[in-house]
Design a protein around this ligand. Structure first.
Ligand code: ATP
Ligand code: MG
Length: 571
């Protein structure tokens, strides 16, 4: 490819609306162009990167025994009504009607479609297990599309689904996919950590996310991990060892005390001279328009995904001060579960409260709190709290650490969540109809490419891992007007092409500085520069990933690039 012909426009400045470095660089280096909020065109350079990530995934999945197919992007509502998700999938699902008034949606994921396909074709236990996957556009009307390709509304996903006759067979395939995923990300130049996760709108009991760990804000997930054992989990799923901890105060007698204007947990702890973990906090939420109060230890916070799961809710927000006043008859700062009509307000107790004795709590009366409280009734204590760094690992009781992560993949054990309601069955050895036991496996292809940039860049631009770079090498004649330079550059370009190297010849009649800048910005892994040393039959060779410039012969330069590519094939 000649640079003069390559469909790319690099920009002098970063786009105004971008926060994430991958977003900034993808726009500035001419990989993507925004069409609408969270919707991007993938320009030729990006298309090549996407194809490479897909090809790596394809090779590893095929090797692992999966088969590729392609399912439609537009899906009938009828299927979603059958699975029960039409009602419960939130606003991310873009719904529409066709000219015959038939309800449709743009696929955010394809469990329903694949289940309906399997139902007609996989009729006997003899045909199982099967693993089918595709690369497909997805649409999710994300509430906050941001960070460019990291969180788009339209994006490319690899989604795969497996069908089994037993849990053991599903376990085996889950492990098989886990290993394939590790290899796929490794080949894309990404180290990942597989962490336990909440299964979200996809469902199922067991799921793991593959996280690229990053300290930047673009890692939207908090990941807790233990350095002493291999426990790690997304914060929406993480638990810590707290349960048997008893926190007790000196207040042995129940007593109502005036607490004028003492509202926050911190103020209360100071006022009563107790620790925050001696106060029972009341937090009021509105979930799907209904009030839900969580009673939780004062030093802990509510984890909203856990709470949503506990009440099988869809939309969650904290109650406003006005709502809190109306629902409890009290005022923020003095809320309590005491005296509430539990037919109107659902009250839940977090596990952290279980070991509390003689504690302090609100009583739904303004400027008053009660001390020396104890649980008099049997309550169900459930885990609704957010883990904090330093709390103990639930497995080995050593302190937990926190980091941030970008979720590039997710694997789920679905069980019969879809096959049962959709009536998708096979016939077993005894001639009985049984619902498929299913697994599902996703990779964000476009997010993976963006995550690679988050991990591999410098002040000058992208540093693509060789395996997913749009081109392997750029050849730059310093001055295209000089015949010698032009000829040698062309010769090297042809030689590389013959050897199967994907190479760009920067044949533009521009200053060398401009060409170097673009080469660094676009992120070609290798640069061969033909300049004044041409008279000695030598060129400059430079690796984008921080390598020193070396002056070598053109043959040696070609050899170096080919050698690196051969090493890649050896992975
Ligand atoms: P998130 O929690 O980041 O919203 P998710 O858990 O809802 O993602 P899954 O349903 O697990 O996403 O989808 C499989 C994969 O698709 C994810 O692991 C992620 O890599 C990718 N993905 C999901 N949403 C987006 C998005 N809005 N933009 C780009 N990639 C996405
Ligand atoms: Mg996920």
């Amino acid at each position: 490819m000649k640079m003069s012909k390559l469909f790319v426009q690099t920009l002098r400045d970063f786009p105004q609306d971008a926060e994430a470095i991958s977003h900034k660089l993808l726009v500035r280096a001419g990989y993507i162009k925004k069409l609408s909020n969270g919707i991007y065109s993938y320009l030729p350079l990006m298309k090549r990167v996407i194809s490479k990530v897909e090809q790596i995934a394809r090779e590893e999945l095929d090797k692992a025994g999966a088969q590729e197919l392609s399912m439609p992007f537009v899906q009938p509502a009828e299927l979603w009504q059958k699975s029960g998700r039409w009602q419960v999938y939130g606003k991310e699902l873009l719904r529409m009607k066709d000219r015959h008034d038939v309800e449709l949606c743009l696929g955010p994921t394809h469990e329903e479609v694949i289940t309906s396909i399997a139902d007609g074709i996989l009729t006997s236990y003899k045909q199982l297990p099967v693993n089918l996957y595709q690369f497909q556009l997805k649409f999710r009307d994300e509430i906050r599309p941001r960070f460019g390709l990291l969180r788009g509304r339209e994006f490319i996903m690899k989604d795969g689904y497996s069908f089994h006759t037993s849990q053991e067979s599903l376990n085996e395939e889950y492990k098989n996919m886990w290993e394939a995923y590790k290899r796929i990300f490794e080949r894309c130049g990404l180290e990942t950590k597989a962490v336990q996760s909440d299964s979200g709108a996809i469902g199922g009991k067991i799921s793991h996310e593959f996280m690229v760990l990053t300290e930047t804000q673009t890692g939207e997930d908090d990941v807790f991990y233990c350095k002493s054992c291999d426990y790690s989990a997304n914060s929406n799923h993480a638990i810590s060892k707290l349960n048997d901890e008893i926190t007790t105060t000196r207040f042995e007698k129940e007593e109502i005390i005036d607490t004028p204007n003492v509202k926050t947990i911190k103020e209360l702890a100071e006022f009563f001279n107790v620790s925050e973990n001696n106060i029972l906090k009341s937090v009021l939420y509105i979930i799907d328009s209904k009030p839900v109060m969580v009673m939780i230890r004062g030093d802990k916070e509510v984890e909203e995904t856990k709470l949503l799961n506990a009440v099988r809710g869809l939309e969650i927000r904290k109650a406003t001060e006005e709502e809190a006043a109306e629902i409890t008859g009290s005022k923020a700062g003095f809320l309590s579960c005491l005296g509430l009509d539990t037919n109107k307000v659902k009250v839940l107790f977090d596990l952290s409260a279980k070991g509390m004795k003689n504690f302090v709590m609100g009583i739904n009366e303004v400027d008053k709190h009660k001390v020396g409280c104890n649980f008099k009734e049997e309550h169900d204590f459930i885990d609704l709290s957010l883990v904090k760094e330093g709390e103990m690992c639930p497995v080995c009781k050593k302190p937990l650490f926190i980091t941030r992560g970008i979720e590039v993949g997710n694997i789920f054990q679905l069980g019969t969540k879809y096959s049962e309601p959709m009536g998708a069955t096979y016939t077993d050895e005894n001639g009985e109809n049984k619902p498929f036991i299913m697994g599902c496996y996703g990779i964000g292809i476009t997010r993976t490419a963006a995550a690679a940039i988050e991990k591999h860049h410098d002040d000058f631009g992208i540093i693509w891992p060789l395996a997913i770079a749009p081109y392997h090498c750029v050849v730059i004649p310093v001055n295209i007007q000089e015949e010698d330079q032009k000829n040698m550059a062309l010769e090297i370009y042809k030689k590389l092409q013959e050897k199967g190297v994907e190479v760009v010849l920067d044949d533009r009649n521009d200053r060398a500085g401009v060409k170097f800048k673009d080469a660094d910005l676009i992120g070609f892994p290798f640069r061969i520069t033909v300049g004044k040393t041409v008279k000695d039959g030598l060129v400059e060779f430079k690796e984008r990933a921080g390598g020193e410039i070396s002056i070598i012969t053109p043959e040696e330069a070609v050899e170096k690039v080919c050698g690196a590519l051969n090493n890649l094939k050896g992975i």
